[in-house]
Design a protein. Structure first.
Length: 162
């Protein structure tokens, strides 16, 4: 029996070393978190990491447009007349960011970490069509000339009055 104790200890030691190695491998495969973007309506906020982001590298206009068309994972309800507030991490603001609606750029780039869109009725009736029930918005990190795109953050706005 005494010869089996060292063998059992050795097996446990090998198992512990294997578990630690596997844990380190899993941790090294984790992606670095992307900068955050936040949408606030009234007292409600949702924040998300980027849909597309390559650690600050240029992703190109085509990929940014494709990413802006991706389904948003975060939804926030918007009552008529509420102010849409957007907050971004400083590293997004340093480059600049623009607001896109349903995959189309609708503002020039801002270099602010916070911007409030007051008095904009996103769900207004459009030329005889009923107001949309949802709108997908994207915060797209891009330079002023629109030649460099670095990240896309998507949100779904739900018409609270529909």
């Amino acid at each position: 029996m005494s010869s089996q104790r060292p063998l059992a200890r050795r097996r446990r030691a090998v198992a512990v070393v294997g578990a630690v190695s596997a844990g380190l491998l899993v941790l090294s495969a984790c992606d670095k978190p992307t900068p955050m973007a936040t949408v606030t309506i009234g007292k409600n906020s949702v924040s998300t990491e980027a849909e597309c982001y390559k650690d600050g590298e240029n992703i190109g206009r085509e990929e940014a447009t494709k990413c802006a068309a991706e389904k948003a994972s975060d939804t926030i309800s918007v009552p008529q007349g509420e102010t849409l507030r957007i907050g971004v991490d400083p590293e997004i603001a340093d480059e600049g960011w623009a607001l896109w609606l349903n995959g189309q750029q609708v503002t020039s780039p801002f270099k602010k970490t916070y911007y409030a869109f007051e008095g904009v009725d996103l769900f207004a009736d459009q030329q005889g069509q009923a107001a949309p029930k949802t709108i997908n918005i994207s915060i797209v990190q891009q330079n002023k000339s629109g030649s460099q795109f670095k990240g896309v953050w998507n949100f779904k706005l739900e018409n609270a009055d529909a």
